[in-house]
Design a protein. Structure first.
Ligand SMILES: Nc1c(N[C@@H]2O[C@H](COP(=O)(O)O)[C@@H](O)[C@H]2O)[nH]c(=O)[nH]c1=O
Length: 371
């Protein structure tokens, strides 16, 4: 094998090493800081969390998730624009999904480095808030608790364990370590030394702490907010509906700016909580639509698709119906328990009818209850 090919293989191997089985970790929930929903105590650690705005090459970006997803497409500035124009980080992720096969060709190899860089941007530009949140995790392991992503997060196996590579949690722990031991080294950030590290057609710039308070000023945060109505329009909600939503949910004033940041995401802040309430039982698409009277069909379809993709909602076919994931899980556990108890009863009846001894019956039913 020639030298260069060997080097290329080595690089790929280095990039993918985090995905190998030796990288899998098991965490005990009681001993870690876990986060899943952005509104939980440590939800701010999620890339999906609002309230940690960024500026790269002079462009406002609402979340580290949007920045990370945009980094897939340095050669496709229109897709980058589409991604960062979304109000919801989950929608930002989904908007890039149809183009994933056009991600930069070395994406799998560089994505961990890119995530590390995105987290550093998040800290650099939200020094007090994000820094404090990171330090509040103490010395505990940080774990992204995920339904199905055991690369970036870890999946719960029973009440107390989570298993996965937990790449995001580990990058956050690494960042916390630097913050504790060498905070000054995090106060500026060089662009990554990878080819085509480009955002909206320009090489990504060298970043430094923004202002005296190390965070974006209120004025800067307000500059970000006017983006929201345009974006919502793009997803087929009428201007009136948009205005109505923001009138009710997020009237922008200096005093409630924090609330605005938290609620600046329709999908996270409004759609998901509503779905969680409605979908404690199976519901058809039309039944769901009844609960979202002001929303048009296409938008609702997109949201349902997103909720399913993100593992929040389970979709069942024939006929199509939906249920909130944890309700689905408890229902299937109930069904499993029922099946076990039915098969135990059947077994007992069979055993009785074949007139086995009493001790045999006890032994068999004990074995079945262990399944
Ligand atoms: N799947 C998931 C999250 N996963 C997030 O998605 C990002 C990785 O995207 P990708 O590399 O394109 O798969 C990364 O930020 C990871 O933390 N987050 C959430 O709140 N909810 C989810 O359901």
């Amino acid at each position: 094998m020639n030298h260069q090919i060997l080097l290329a293989y080595l690089e790929i191997f280095r990039g993918e090493i985090m995905q190998t089985s030796s990288q899998i970790r098991t965490y005990n929930r009681n001993e870690c800081i876990t986060f899943r929903k952005t509104k939980e105590a440590f939800g701010g650690l999620s890339n999906m969390a609002g309230g940690y705005p960024l500026i790269v090459n002079g462009i406002h970006i609402l979340t580290s998730e949007a920045l990370y997803q945009a980094c897939r497409f340095p050669h496709l500035p229109d897709i980058q624009k589409l991604i960062i124009a979304q109000n919801s980080p989950m929608t930002a992720k989904m908007k890039g999904k149809p183009y994933r096969d056009q991600s930069r060709s070395d994406w799998e190899r560089v994505k961990v480095q890119i995530m590390r860089w995105c987290l550093r941007v998040k800290l650099l530009q939200n020094w007090d808030t994000f820094g404090q949140l990171l330090l509040e995790t103490g010395d505990k392991a940080i774990v992204e608790d995920s339904h199905k992503d055991d690369f970036w997060g870890a999946i719960p196996t029973n009440d107390n364990q989570l298993i996965g590579v937990n790449a995001l949690g580990r990058l956050l722990m690494e960042l916390r370590k630097y913050l504790k031991e060498d905070a000054n080294s995090l106060k500026s950030l060089k662009p990554l030394e990878i080819p085509d590290f480009i955002f909206l057609s320009k090489p990504i710039e060298f970043l430094t702490l923004k202002d005296e308070n190390h965070t974006l000023s209120i004025q800067e945060k307000q500059l970000i907010i006017p983006l929201i109505p345009e974006i919502t329009l793009e997803s087929n909600v009428s201007l009136d509906q948009t205005k109505e939503f923001y009138r009710e949910e997020t009237i922008i004033t200096d005093t409630n700016i924090e609330k605005t940041e938290k609620d600046d995401n329709i999908f996270d802040g409004w759609v998901l909580p509503k779905l969680e309430k409605i979908l404690q039982n199976y519901q058809s698409y039309d039944q769901i639509l009844q609960h979202f009277k002001t929303v048009n069909k296409k938008q609702m379809q997109d949201w349902m698709k997103l909720a399913v993709e993100l593992g929040k909602v389970k979709k069942i076919e024939k006929p199509v119906r939906y249920i909130w994931y944890s309700a689905y899980e408890s229902e299937s556990n109930l069904l499993k328990a029922r099946k076990i108890s039915q098969s135990r009863n059947t077994r007992k009846t069979q055993l009785k009818s074949s007139q086995k001894s009493k001790s045999n019956v006890t032994q068999e039913s004990t074995q079945l209850s262990l399944i």
